[in-house]
Design a protein around this ligand. Structure first.
Ligand SMILES: [Zn+2]
Ligand SMILES: [Zn+2]
Length: 132
């Protein structure tokens, strides 16, 4: 049994706890993630939805032609998680919303077709042009 891990937004109004080990961790270079985070890529932590308990008020909006809901703190706007509608049993937590993201082990780069040319990948992880 893995230790539960916690996270939340910048202001503290939203907190979550996840009791399951992530299925996967990946870098996503898609344009939606770039716009959503204000950063050139996002690091997503894929976990089972039923293992996550959230306290506090989230707001959200749909992207990817309505296929993904992106949720953020209603107070401070920190991006916290995505809900992919095609996979209602999982959530993608934003890695930097974890209290301690240092133990994460990213496994792949997704959507490298949208990667900014000044982002240099210097690891040996698999790269996918689009999603996996
Ligand atoms: Zn907040
Ligand atoms: Zn993305």
């Amino acid at each position: 049994m893995t230790k539960p891990f916690q996270g939340g937004c910048r202001c503290g109004a939203v907190r979550y706890e996840c009791t399951a080990k992530p299925f996967a961790v990946f870098f996503c270079h898609c344009l939606d993630c770039q716009k959503n985070t204000g950063a050139p890529f996002s690091v997503d932590v894929i976990v089972p939805k039923n293992a996550v308990a959230i306290k506090g008020e989230l707001k959200g909006y749909d992207t990817a032609q309505g296929k993904v809901t992106r949720l953020f703190c209603s107070e401070c706007g920190s991006p916290l998680l995505n809900e992919p509608h095609d996979h209602p049993d999982i959530l993608a937590l934003k890695a930097s919303s974890l209290d301690d993201p240092s133990w994460l082990e990213p496994q792949a780069h997704l959507w490298v077709i949208r990667k900014q040319p000044w982002v240099k990948i210097n690891d040996a992880l698999p790269q996918y042009e689009r999603g996996m």
